[in-house]
Design a protein. Structure first.
Ligand code: IPD
Ligand code: CA
Ligand code: CA
Length: 271
């Protein structure tokens, strides 16, 4: 099985598990307003089981802490988010459920996100939406797909005609710079959305449903797969200051075109 097929298979198996568990989850707050469920953990265990079996030397970085599950394959090769991924030849970066708040509330936008990074750069990606049964995927230099069909972004290059999305952290503070950026963008774009799954937002930029997306408070597992999918669909993605993206910092502007990216950059960096 090639690596993209392996990522797709794991994402779909985990996504189907999430869908099956939705009526029996046990939500709790791991931090104020930051939800986690038994399904997040079950999904990550499923993904690790599938990938570790066929990739016995690769490392894993997942959002959930599975250290209590001592018999789990791959657990001995699990690294923490402070590990310098640029030193690892192969590391799978996993968000077993992106959009937990939507999932808990039974709102449809949630996904499973899996990326393979080589020396810190995404080379394979899969994001699965179990509600729509859509699987977005990409391999470095080989384009991006949804359910096997090539993806192309919208090509929109004017902010006033753009549908843009943003993400916030779980606990946004009154008067924070994140809120100021949201308000500035609201004035300038055609319409602004907060959908609840960072991984799917990036897939929508790749697919053309969204024209741009930015975030300053997400984590590497939210975006590692989506970054490759955006790039392979012809989109532009940089860090917030316009420099090459540092994926472990996960602060970025993504856009369908370079022209739109420049306009988003100007709005989001207003003093
Ligand atoms: C969250 C989602 C959301 C973003 C949050 C993330 P989770 O991930 O991606 O869109 O606004 O910052 O934490 O917690 O549902 O995996
Ligand atoms: Ca997430
Ligand atoms: Ca998650």
């Amino acid at each position: 099985m090639n690596l993209e097929a392996l990522a797709i298979n794991a994402a779909k198996e985990a996504g189907q598990l999430l869908a099956a568990m939705q009526d029996s989850i046990n939500p709790r707050e791991k931090a104020p307003k930051d939800l986690v469920t038994e399904a997040d953990v079950a999904s990550q265990k499923k993904i690790l089981g599938i990938i570790a079996e066929v990739r016995p030397n690769d490392y894993f970085l997942g959002e959930e802490d599975l250290t209590d599950e001592s018999d789990l394959p791959g657990l001995d090769r699990t690294v923490g988010s402070s590990t310098d991924l640029s030193e690892l030849e192969y590391c799978w970066v996993i968000d077993p459920l992106d959009g937990t708040a939507n999932y808990v509330h039974k709102l449809q936008t949630y996904s499973v996100s899996i990326a393979l990074l080589s020396y810190g750069k995404p080379i394979v990606a899969a994001v699965y939406d179990p509600v729509m049964d859509d699987c977005y995927s990409a391999s470095l230099g080989e384009g991006a797909r949804v359910n096997g069909k090539p993806l192309k972004n919208s090509g929109v290059d004017e902010l006033a005609r753009s549908l843009i999305a943003a993400s916030f952290s779980a606990g946004v503070e009154r008067g924070s710079a994140e809120v100021d950026r949201w308000v500035e963008m609201l004035y300038e774009c055609q319409a602004l959305r907060r959908l609840g799954s960072a991984a799917l937002n990036l897939c929508y930029v790749a697919q053309g449903g969204l024209d741009g997306y930015w975030a300053t408070s997400v984590k590497i597992w939210d975006i590692a797969a989506g970054v490759l999918i955006v790039r392979e669909a012809g989109g532009t993605i940089t860090s917030m200051d316009g420099q090459p993206l540092k994926i472990q910092e996960a602060k970025f502007i993504a856009a369908a075109t370079e022209k739109l990216h420049k306009q988003m950059f100007d709005v989001l960096n207003r003093p």
